[in-house]
Ligand binder design. Sequence first.
Ligand code: SLL
Length: 155
Amino acid sequence: SKRIKTLSVTRPIVFGNTAKKFGDVRPPNAPTEHTHLWTIFVRGPQNEDISYYVEKVVFKLHDTYPNPIRTVEAPPFELTETGWGEFEINIKIYFVQESGEKNISFYHHLRLHPYIFTTDQKPIPEQMNEVSSSFYDEIIFNEPNEAFFKILMSK
Ligand code: SLL
């Protein structure tokens, strides 16, 4: 449909990961070299449902994973896995069909290891067993079409 000129709509988004070192219990199907359980996610800042404008999220994992391209088509847009190493996860957010918007693509560095930093920026491993690394951002839709504008304004 027609575009509304000179209008932009922004939507806040939070993405990142949490990770936990295995304790005494290992997840039953985890390969022996795996040490951590982690979750990568894309969500609203207050955990609000973003599926009215997000159609799906595709997470591309390191090639050491079987079927590294993981598609999540319904909320919560998150994926839990086990592993041993940190790597860059490619996140692609696809918007609802009616929007006519292209997907957005960016990277998140999967963090497994907790660090504290000395005043001269030297990292010291911490004895914490859960880590979390997440970021706030805003998606800007420039001149959304009328159909998408209605969808964006519906919440
Ligand atoms: C590193 N550049 O060397 C990184 C690679 C790969 C992580 C990390 C398990 C995959 C699997 C996994 O944790 N891969 O075998 O299921 O640190």
